[in-house]
Every structure is written in structure tokens, then in C-alpha cells.
Design a binder for this molecule. Sequence first.
Ligand code: C2E
Ligand code: MG
Ligand code: MG
Ligand code: MG
Length: 281
Amino acid sequence: DDAAHDGLKWKYHDPETLQNASWKLSMLSQLDEAIDRGEVWVAYQPKLELSTRRIIGAEALARWTHPDKGPIAASEFVGAAEQNNRIGKLTDFVLDQAVAAAAQLNQRGIDFEIAVNLSARLLTDKGFTLRLSALLARHRLAPERLTLELTETAALTGGEGLDMIMRLRDLGINIAIDDYGTGLSTLDYLKKIPANEIKIDQSFVKGVVDNRSDRLMVQSTIGLAHSLGRKVVAEGVEHREILDLLVEMDCDIAQGFAIGRPMSLESLTKRLASGRKRGAA
Ligand code: C2E
Ligand code: MG
Ligand code: MG
Ligand code: MG
């Protein structure tokens, strides 16, 4: 009808939409150069082991501080880069920074694991495992200290993707299923992907205190993962009450604003040092 038609017309001529589309394109064309110019950096979000109350590592998250636009959300530029097959350089950059940081901390005697998000596209890149083992060797980081996080849809690229996952596991690298529960989480999938770790999506974790279904889903996911010999990470832990409940539920690791926001390597290093002093005292 007319109203719907008007709505559509309005949408097509919406200056903001047009601006967004062209901004998306120019943003993409700028990303690789932004990396060279040093506008892109890596933030680290701590991972807390619940049984020991120790920070055992961190997740590396890409950040882009644009000179004019300010900080650009990762969901924005990572998503655009993925859709347009431009994720390679960003991934190499984040991996290099994150592996170097983890190696440095371990060489200073701090037990530390690093997790890096990996786009599905790279599971079909034949040279990826080779480049990755060279990177680990160059920085002298044990492959067991690296976890690659794949979203459910991402890892599901058929035989080729699964082969790559097997090769990464053979190298000793850990695999985590990210945002678990939001993608194609069939039991068959959980059975086939040899993941060491399941990261329950924030949307379920946020509701564990007030929402019965969320609590039951988190609880049964923890049970299922444990029966399969996998560790469970809860994402998006924003409050203390959630953290306490997760301990009761026998969750292994927690991540979220209640534990620490994504931060610079410098802040993370300070946080690790103060935690060690507290632990010793
Ligand atoms: P993700 O891997 O699931 O990362 C978790 C996201 O949740 C991060 O957003 C983090 O800042 C945010 N977060 C952590 N704790 C909390 C919390 O307690 N509350 C809330 N509301 N949010 C929390 P970020 O950094 O904006 O990243 C968004 C997504 O972008 C990531 O989701 C990941 O899929 C992707 N991403 C980020 N960096 C990279 C990268 O280097 N490579 C690839 N391929 N993807 C990346
Ligand atoms: Mg992740
Ligand atoms: Mg996630
Ligand atoms: Mg996500």
C-alpha cells in the first residue's frame, strides 16, 4: 500500500543511510592504511578462572581510534571487513600483537593465555596454519597458550573448515566456540567440532539471576559441555550476583565488565602485577 511505499521511498532517500553506506565503503578502504598508521590497536579483556579466582589470560579485541571519527566499534569495522574479504591484514595484526604480548608476559614468569577471534573466512586460507606456527615460533609462545575463538556459524564451513580446525588442534592450539547458543548450535555440531572451550553468549548470561529459562539453559549447557570434556566460559558478566551464581553452577571461567573491561596492555600488565602481589600476601 501507499504508506509502505512511502516508507520504502523515504528509506532509500534517507541521507543518513546514504552517508552510512558511503562511510562503510570509505572506512573499509581506510582500514589497511589505518593499521599501518597505528590507529588500530589491541585491547585485552581479562578471563577469570572461578576455581582459583586467578586471571588466567585475556581475549584480544581489535580497536580502531579514527583521527576524525574517534573510536569505531569493532562490530562495525570487523563486520564490514569480513563481508568484503578484507579481514586478513587485521587478523595478522591482532595475532602478532596478541601473541607477542602473551609471550612477553610468560617470559616474565606470569602464566598467561591469549585468545584471538578468528573469522570463518580464514578457515579456507591454506597458508594460515603455516603462518600461525611461524608466528608462534618467532615469538616463542607455546601453542597451548593460544586459543582461537570461532563463532558457531563461522566454524560451520563444511569439510574444509573442519579440516583446518583439526590441523590447528594437532598443532596444540586451542579452539573456543564463541557466542554459543546464538548460532547453529546443533548437538551434531557440538559433537563434531573438537573445541576445548564453549563460550556461552552474553544474552543468556545476563539473565541468569532473574530469568528462569536463561538460568536453566546456562546450567544445562555447563553440564553438557563438562560431559563432553570441554571448559565453559561465561561472557558478559556485568554484576557480582551473576558471578556468584556462575561459581555455584560450576562454570569454569568468567569474562565481563564485573571482572574487567577490555583495556590496554599496560593496564592489563598492572592488573596482573597487583593480583600477584595480593595473592602472595
Ligand atoms: P566477541 O568475541 O563475542 O567479544 C565480546 C564482546 O563483548 C566485546 O565487544 C566486548 O567488549 C564485549 N563485552 C565484554 N564483556 C562485556 C560485558 O560485561 N557487557 C557487555 N555489554 N559487553 C561486554 P567488542 O570488543 O566491541 O567486539 C565485538 C565483536 O567483534 C567480538 O565479539 C568479535 O566477534 C569481533 N571482534 C573483535 N575483535 C576482533 C578481531 O580482532 N578479529 C575478529 N575476527 N573479530 C573481532
Ligand atoms: Mg570472542
Ligand atoms: Mg562472544
Ligand atoms: Mg560476539
